[in-house]
Design a binder for this molecule. Sequence first.
Ligand code: GLA
Length: 371
Amino acid sequence: MGQVAVPGRVNLIGEHIDYHDLPVLPMALGRRIEVDWTAREDAWVNAASVGFEARAFRLEAGIEPWEAGDWGNYVKAGAVAAMQQWRLTRGAELRVRSTLPAAAGLSSSTALMTACTLALLEANGIQARFEELMAVLPEGEYFVGTRGGGMDHAAVLASREGCALRVEFAPIRVEPVPVPSGWAFFVADSGVKAEKSAAVKAQYNERRFAGQRAAARLGFAGIRQALEKADVDELRRMAESRLEAMERGCFLHVIGEAQRVRDAVRAMQEGDAQRFGERLNESHDSLRNLLRVSCAELDRLVEAAVESGALGARLTGAGFGGAAVVFCLEEKAERVAEGIERRFYGGAAGTRLFRAFPSAGALELTARAGA
Ligand code: GLA
């Protein structure tokens, strides 16, 4: 018997660039998914979660997904991911609990899948390292049909309490960046569900492939390679003159966002709140105008946050709905929250607006539980 806990994450800055292997800056949330597990003698996995129908399947080669949208597919994805790398002989009873809102752009699906992977590994007496998990988890999520990058998995696993996490890809490398005292973050739900539905998935993939095509058209192997070979102003000129609208927008967003991440990390290290907030605001503008993944509600929410005294606010996660991340100084936090509540939620935000404290990822939580 045992328990694993995997938090959600909020991305502070670096949106739609992880799949181009460019660094991002998310942090883990206090809200999380917990899975109690009991190992079985046979290979059956029985998964239960309050409010959902129980699901059962056997650990074997060629596991097939249930219908699209079935919560059990994330449990299967967790198993499929683990089985890519390790031999699982025992199934488990899994009991899932969550304090993490779903479809809000906070990685609840990644947290659920990762929690199931970790629970099944533990039930089989296997202790996996971060790099090993990162080699199978993003891949495993293709089982449910989403082709994201590795940011979510890195954040929910490797975040440290009190820190944001700078994540580099190919090769994967993480660096905790302490959040200065006196800085405060909120997550605010736009109310527009960002389900990983077929329509949103197609929109997401379209952005990803347009960015790749743009780089290829300009003669580079990818956008990261373009940034390594040419300076940003030159790339901008090339994009303006040689790319059609969709490709140009994606390319310009990605190269700008990569620069903003670099500057935001520096601002955080130097405790420069004003500058950090400005980068967040610019990121939202770029996501809205260049990459075009915002929506009217998210734009209004971001505006309400800034009007209420936030230093920065932006949509977080894939976009097309979901949540915004709001940044302000601690001393203004109450006023900002009240302002957003009044301006955006018509006076009653309920659980749709909450403080995001930089929290421990699953690996730190496991280490603490074992200590
Ligand atoms: C989703 C994906 C991430 C990342 C974001 C956009 O959350 O799962 O890998 O691409 O979108 O930044």
